[in-house]
Design a protein around this ligand. Structure first.
Ligand SMILES: [Ca+2]
Length: 246
C-alpha cells in the first residue's frame, strides 16, 4: 500500500536561511562505479562571475517559488518505472536575487546517487538526457522559444564531488559552474514514506555564469526535472513540474 507522501502537507518556508546544516552519511552503495564516457560537460567555466555563497545569496532573495513533485501525473518518461514517492519525489524552493538563482529543497529516492558515468549530460538525441541521478532546472522566456538556460545539480557518484553543470545557454559553453555553491545534507525521515530518509540540497548559482541576465528579469517559465536511475538503464525515469513566474 502506498500512502500519500507526508511532504504534501509540508508548509514551505520562504526563509531559505533556516536550513540546518548536517553531514551526508548515507550515500548509496549500489551506485555503479564511474565510467569514462566522453561528455558535453568537461569544461570548467565561470563566465567571469564571482563565486557565490548560499548564505549570502539567500539574504538577497527578492522572490521564492515552491515546487512539489510527488504524483504519478508528473512522471514524464518511463512512468511504468515509478513506484510512488518513495521511489522518487522532491520538493524545492526556487528563489531569485538580482545576481543569483537560489534553490533549496529535499528529495526522496530509494536508490540515491546512482550515477554510472562521470559526466552524465547526454546529447539531445539520447532518449536519456541525463544519465544519472540529478535535478535539472531549465529557465526560458515563454514569449521567445530561443531564450533558454538549463543547469543540473550533479550529485556525483555516491554523492562525492557534487557540482553544478551548465547544460544549455545561448551565450555560454556547457561545463562545470565552478562559481556556484552546492551542498547535500541528510534530511529527516518523513512520516508515511516507508522510512526512506530525505536528502536535503541547497545551491546558489550566479546568473552571470548562466549567461543572458535579461532572461531572468522578465517573465520566466521554470521547468524542474528529477532524473532518477535506480540501477541499469531500464530503471531510468524523469519527473517534471513546470511553473511560470509572472
Ligand atoms: Ca528511485
Amino acid at each position: 500500500m502506498r500512502n500519500l507522501p507526508s511532504i504534501r502537507s509540508v508548509i514551505y518556508s520562504v526563509a531559505l536561511t533556516l536550513m540546518l546544516p548536517a553531514t551526508l552519511s548515507h550515500a548509496d552503495e549500489v551506485t555503479p562505479s564511474g565510467g569514462n564516457r566522453s561528455s558535453m560537460v568537461d569544461a570548467d567555466f565561470s563566465g567571469g562571475a564571482e563565486h557565490v555563497r548560499f548564505d549570502d545569496a539567500a539574504r538577497e532573495l527578492t522572490s521564492v517559488y515552491p515546487i512539489l513533485i510527488a504524483s504519478a501525473s508528473q512522471v514524464v518518461q518511463n512512468s511504468f518505472n515509478w513506484n510512488g514517492p518513495v521511489d522518487a519525489s522532491l520538493r524545492c524552493d526556487i528563489g531569485f536575487t538580482p545576481d543569483a538563482v537560489v534553490v533549496r529543497g529535499e528529495f526522496v529516492d530509494d536508490y540515491p546517487f546512482c550515477q554510472p558515468i562521470a559526466r552524465p549530460a547526454m546529447p539531445e538525441w539520447w532518449m536519456i538526457t541525463y544519465g544519472g541521478d540529478g535535478i535539472q532546472f531549465t529557465f526560458d522566456d515563454p514569449t521567445s522559444a530561443s531564450r533558454r538556460v538549463s543547469f543540473v545539480l550533479n550529485f556525483g557518484s555516491r554523492a562525492t564531488r557534487p557540482e553544478v553543470n551548465l547544460m544549455a545557454s545561448q551565450t555560454r559553453p556547457a561545463g562545470i559552474i565552478s562559481t556556484a555553491d552546492f551542498e547535500l545534507f541528510d534530511g529527516q525521515a518523513p512520516v508515511n514514506n516507508g522510512g526512506q530518509r530525505a536528502v536535503m540540497f541547497r545551491a546558489a548559482v550566479p546568473i552571470a555564469a548562466l549567461g543572458d541576465s535579461r532572461l531572468f528579469s522578465g517573465p520566466l517559465r521554470i521547468t524542474l526535472r528529477m532524473h532518477d536511475l535506480d540501477g541499469d538503464w531500464s530503471t531510468y525515469q524523469v519527473l517534471q513540474e513546470v511553473i511560470e513566474r509572472k
